[in-house]
Unconditional design. Structure first.
Lengths: 372, 372, 372, 372
C-alpha cells in the first residue's frame, strides 16, 4: 500500500465527472481514514441501496425542446440558489484536508451554494461563518441539556446562519465496521470544538438487567417534546433531517418544521433502511407539492440530482462527494465538484427537454412512475 | 493453506459484529472440518436462500420514539428470557472446540439464554445440564424404537430440561458435499454418547427392485402416529422443528405441539427448500398471533433477529453463529457472540423506534408487507 | 493446459452427486472436444436458461409422510421403468470414450433405463441393440428422401427398438461457436455409420439473390406432411422431440404422435429459446394429464428430475450428464451417474413427502405455482 | 499492452458470428481510440441497457414450418433491400481504418444494403456517393444557420442520396469519459470535411449567472420550427433519428417526417435513457403498423435483428458492429459482418418458423408480450 498522495493544487485531467472524485479519494487518504470518511454502518447495505436506487432510474430523452428560457435557480427559505444543490453537514473536515471547513466554506461561497455547517465541525461555527460569503445553514443535534442546545442555537443565530437543520436519525450511531477493521482511531485533533462547552451528562448507573444501549446510551435521546421545544426557541427556518417514514414526516410538519431532509444518513444509521430515493416519491405525495423537501444519500453527480428532483425533491445535498473532493483538492476540489454536478444537471436537463426546474417531474422518468 | 489457528482466550479487536464470527471461523478450523460444520447439503442453495432472505428485507427508520420503557425480555413456556434468542441444537460440538458443549452451556447460562442441547451432543445430556445454570431445552429425534425414545425423554426430564424440541425435517440427511470433497472424515471422538445405548435396528434385507433409500434407510422413519405417541408421553412443552408448510404446521398444532420452529435445517436438509424467512409470514398468519413460533436459518446478527420478529417469530435460534463463535473463542466467544446479537437487536430497535418486542411487526418492514 | 486424464476404471471419492460429472468431465477431454460435447449454440443463452430454470425452482419440505408404499416405477408405452429417467439421444459417443455407445448401452441395460439411440450414433443401431438388454428406443431425423427414412425405420423395427423419437427442432443446427473457437475439428472416426447408406441429395444451385441458408440448406427441410407420412409408416410409439410451443404440441398430438419431448435441444438449437422448464407447465396444462410428456435440457441430477415431474413431465432425459459420465468413467460412469440421479430423486421424494411419482405435482413447488 | 494489430486482409477462423467483431476490435485499435469508437457517454448505462435488452428477450422455437417461400427482402421508401439491415451513421471512419468511409461504402454497395453516410464523415459526401453502387442515405444535423443546412441538403440531393436522416438526440453530446480517461485526443485528420464550409457562429458572451451549457452551447440548438423548415425544403424521404418518447414520435409524424429511427444514440447521448428495445413496442403500437420505424442501439447480430423486427421495427441499423468490423478487416470485414448478421437472421427465421419478414411479430417472442 503506497503512501496516500497529498491533496492537489490543480485539477488533473482524469477528473471529468463528479463521481470521479469518489474514485480518486482513496488515493489521497490512508485506508483507515478513507473507510471512516466514505464508509457506512453495518454491512454497507443502505449505502449500496442509495447508490443503486439512483443508478437504476431511467429518464426519457426528449427532442427539440426550446431551451432559451433555461433556468436552474431556485428560491429556498428566501435564499436564491443558482442550482438546487447543497453541501450536507459533514463532521471534522480537517480529517480530510488540512484546511478543513475553511476550504469547504470558501468553495461553497464561491459557488453561491449553501454549506450546511455541522455542529461537529472542527472549526467554530463563528469562524466558518466569516469564511463563507454565501448562504449559511447550520446543523445540530438536540443536546441532552436544553441549555446547551439553546446556547448553540443562539450562537448560530448570532453568526448569521439563516436556516437550521436538526438531525434526528441517529440517537445512537452504529459503528463503521470497515473503519474499525482497518484500525481507524480518531485523532485528538480536529475535535468538535463547537460542543466542547457542553459536556455530556454523567451516565446514570445501570440497574441489573438493564441494557447498556437501550437504558444507557439512549437514556438522554430526544423525543418529540424536545423537538417541539426547539421549534419554539427560534424563528429561523427549521428543517428536520433523517426523515424516511411518511408518518414521521407528517408529524414533523405539524410540529412546525419548515422542511424536511429525506435521508438515511448516507447509510451511516440503520443499515437495513431503504434508499432515500425509494421513499422520496411517497413522501412528496404525502406532503403535497409546496412543502420544502430535500434529500441526500448516494447523490454522485448531476444525473442523480436530476432524478432526485424528478422524484419530488426541491434540492439535494452531497456528503461523500464533498468530503472526497475536499480530500483530493481542497477548496478547489469542492468548487470543481460543485461545478461538475451543476453542469451534469444542466446537460441532463437539456437532453431530457426540461429547461426549468419546474419542468422536472415524475413524467420525466421512464417509465412514468418510478419502478419499485 | 496454513495450519488453523488455535481457539482464542480473548476477543480480538476485529470481532465487531456477530457476523464477524462467521468470517473468522475458517481461520480456526481445518478446511474439511470448516466445511462440515458451516456448510450445507446439496449445492448450498437453501443455505444461500436463508442468508439472502434476511439480507434483502428492509426496515423503516423511525424518529424521536421515547425509549424509556425499552424492554427486550420475553416469556416463553414460563421461562423469562432477556432477549428473544436461543442456541440451536448443534451436534458434536467437541469438533469445534476442545471444551465442546461444556463451553456452550456455560456461555448460555451466563447470558441467561436457552441452549437447545442436541441429542447428538458429544457429552451426556446429564453433564451438560449440570454445567448450565440457565434455561434448559433438549432436542431429540424420534428413534426407531419407542423404548429408546422414551428412555431419552425420561433422562431429559430427570435432568431438569424444561422444553423439548423434536426435529422432523431430516428422516434422512443429505450429504454435505463440500465436506466430502474436502475429504472430511468423522473422527472416532467426539461421538453421540447420548444415543450409544440405542443401537439402530438391524436393516431388513431389500427385495429385488427395492430402493436403498426409500425402502432401506427410510424404513424406520417416523410418521404422524409416532409423534402423537411422543406427545402423549410427556408434559414438557413440545416444539416441532423443521416446519415449513402451513398444512404441516396446522396438523402439528392439532396434534398437541406447544410451538413450532420454522426451519429448513439451516440448508442441511432439502436443498431446494425456500428460506425459512420466506415461509415465516404465512405460517404466522395461518397460526394466529398467540401460538409460539420460533425460527432459525441464516440468522447472522441482531438485524436479522429483528427481521425474524417483524415477520412473526417470537424468537430465533442461531446455529452456525454458535459453532463459529465456539471455534473462534470457546465459551468466551459464544457469550460474546450472544451479547453482540443482543446489542445489535437493541440498536435496531432504537433506530426502528420499537422500544418493546411487541412493537416489532410487519409494519416495521419496508415496504409494509414483506417482498416476495 | 495439462493433457486430459484417461477415463477411469473406478469411481473416485469426489464424485458424490450427479452434477459432479459435469464438473469433472473437463479433466478427461481436450478443451476443444469438451466444448463440442458439452457446449451449446450461439452465446450459450438457452443452455444457461435451462440450468437456471431448474435451479431457481423451490420445493416444499414436508414432514412425517409415511413412505412404506414408496414407488418410483412408471409404465411408459407398455415398458416398465424403475425410475422416470432416460438417456437422451447423443451422437457419436466414441468421441467421449473409446467404447462409445457400447458402454452407454451396457450401462442403460444394467439400470433398466431406456437409452434413446441416436441416428447419428457411431455404431450401428443393430450392434447397439444387441448390447442393451433393457428397453430400446431409437431417435431419427426425417431424411431428405422418404426411402432413406423408411429404411432406417425398418432397421430399427427389425432390431427390436420399441419406441421412436423424431427430432424436429433443428432443420439446421447453429454452430457451436465455443468449439470452433477452441479449434474443434470433427475427426474421421467415429462417423454416423447408420446414415452412410443415405447420402444427402445434391444441392440445387442457388439463383441470384437466393440464400445459402433459407433456399439452400433448408430446401430439403421436412414439413408437417413429411411427419404425417412417417406416422403412417410404423406402429411403434412415435414421440416428437424439440417441442416448445403449445400450438405445435397440439398439432403433433392431432397428427398422431404418441408423446412429446419438451426440449430446446439442450441449448444447441435456437439460442434465444426459453428453458424447457419454462414452457413445460403450460404444455402439460394444454395437453391434459394423460398425454405422455417427457423433457430434457439442463437436468443435472435428481432434484431437477423431481422438479421436471412437478412441472408436469412423466420422465426426463439426460444428455450432457450422460456424455460427461461416459467421458469420465465409461459404462461404469454412466451407470453410476444414473444411480446417483435416481437416488437423488428418491431423497428429494422423501424430504418432499411424496412416496409415489403420482404424488409429485405443482403443489410440491414453492410457491404452489411455478414462478415466472 | 502490445501494439494494436494492423487491419486484416482475410477473415480469420475465429470470426464466426457478428458479435465476434466486437470482441476482436480491441486488438486492432489503440486503447484510447477503442474507447472513443466503441464506448459511450457517462457511466455507460444506456449502452449496457441496450445490450441487455436484446439479450434477455426470448423467442419461441417452431417446428416443421415450410420455408420454400422464404424471403428476407423489404421495400423501404421505394428501395428494395435484401435484408432489413442498414449501416448507421458513424463519423470519421478514417479513425478506424485507413480507407475509412471508402471501405464501408464499398462493402455496403457489395451487399446492397444502405449506408447512412454521416454528415461528420471524413470524406466528402460526393466522393462516398461515387464509391457506393447501392442505396444511398445521408445523415445530417440541423446547423446553426439555415443556409448551411440547406447547402448540405442540396449537395446530398445532387449526389444522388435517396433518403435523409436528421439526428435530433444530441443538441449537446455528453463526453465519452472512458476515452478521456484513456487520454484520447482527436487527431487533426480525419476531420469533418463536409462541414468545413459551415463555421459555427461566434458564441455570444454569457451574462453573469448564465450557464456555459444551457445559455452557451445550447443557444443555437434547433427546435421544432427548425425541423419544420427542413421538412419544407426537400422532397426526399426524411427520417428523424433519436426518437424515444411517444409524444415526440407523434409530433414528428405530424410534422411530416416519413419515418423514425428509435435510438438512444447507442448510449452516447443521455446516459440515463432506457434501451431503444424497451421503448420500441410502445412506439410501434402508438404509430400503427404502416409507419416506417427503424431502430438502432446494441444490435450485435442477426438474433437481435430478428428481435427488433419482432418488437415492431421494419429494419435495424448497426453502428458499433460496423466500426468494429471496419477496424478489424476494412471493407472485407464490413461485408463479412453484414453477411454474418444476415445469415444469423435467416437462421433465426428458420428456427422460429417465420419464412417471411411479415411473419415476424410479437407472437414470436416468449412470452408473447415483451417482458418489462
Amino acid at each position: 500500500m503506497p503512501n496516500p498522495l497529498p491533496p492537489l493544487d490543480t485539477i488533473p485531467a482524469d477528473l471529468q465527472c463528479a463521481a470521479d472524485y469518489l474514485r480518486r479519494a482513496r488515493h489521497h487518504l490512508p485506508p483507515a481514514l478513507h473507510a471512516q470518511l466514505t464508509g457506512a454502518s453495518g454491512q454497507g447495505r443502505a449505502q449500496r441501496a442509495n447508490r443503486h436506487a439512483w443508478a437504476r432510474l431511467k429518464l426519457w430523452p426528449r427532442l427539440l425542446t426550446p431551451m432559451h428560457n433555461a433556468d436552474t435557480t431556485l428560491s429556498l427559505f428566501g435564499q436564491s440558489l443558482p442550482h438546487p444543490l447543497l453541501l450536507a453537514p459533514v463532521a471534522l473536515q480537517g480529517l480530510a484536508h488540512p484546511e478543513g471547513e475553511h476550504a469547504t466554506a470558501a468553495a461553497a461561497g464561491a459557488m453561491g451554494l449553501p454549506m450546511v455547517v455541522s455542529a461537529m465541525a472542527g472549526e467554530t461555527l463563528e469562524q466558518i461563518a466569516t469564511q463563507n460569503p454565501g448562504p449559511k445553514w447550520f446543523q445540530l443535534y438536540l443536546q441532552a441539556e436544553r441549555a446547551h442546545t439553546l446556547d448553540l442555537l443562539r450562537r448560530a443565530e448570532a453568526s448569521g446562519y439563516q436556516a437550521l437543520v436538526v438531525t434526528l436519525d441517529t440517537p445512537l450511531q452504529p459503528p463503521n465496521l470497515s473503519a474499525i477493521r482497518h484500525g481507524y482511531r480518531a485523532p485528538a485533533q480536529p475535535c468538535a470544538v463547537n460542543l466542547s462547552a457542553y459536556p455530556p451528562p454523567t451516565p446514570r448507573p445501570l440497574r441489573r438487567g438493564q441494557s447498556r444501549i437501550l437504558h444507557g446510551m439512549l437514556s438522554e435521546a430526544p423525543d418529540w417534546a424536545e423537538l417541539a421545544w426547539l421549534r419554539s426557541q427560534t424563528r429561523l427556518p427549521l428543517l428536520a433531517k433523517g426523515v424516511m417514514h411518511p408518518h414521521d414526516a407528517q408529524r414533523l410538519r405539524e410540529l412546525g418544521c419548515d422542511g424536511l431532509v429525506v435521508s438515511n444518513h448516507g447509510g451511516r444509521a440503520l443499515d437495513a433502511a431503504p434508499a432515500s430515493a425509494e421513499v422520496l416519491p411517497a413522501l412528496r405525495q404525502h406532503l403535497g407539492t409546496d412543502y420544502p423537501l430535500l434529500v441526500d444519500g448516494g447523490i454522485d453527480g448531476g444525473e442523480a440530482l436530476f432524478k432526485a428532483l424528478a422524484l419530488g425533491a426541491d434540492a439535494a445535498l452531497v456528503g461523500r462527494l464533498q468530503i472526497a473532493a475536499l480530500a483530493v483538492a481542497g477548496a478547489l476540489g469542492v468548487a470543481h465538484m460543485l461545478r461538475l454536478v451543476s453542469e451534469e444537471l444542466e446537460l441532463t436537463m437539456a437532453l431530457a427537454g426540461t429547461p426549468r426546474l419546474a419542468d422536472i417531474g415524475p413524467h420525466t422518468l421512464y417509465p412514468a412512475s418510478p419502478p419499485c
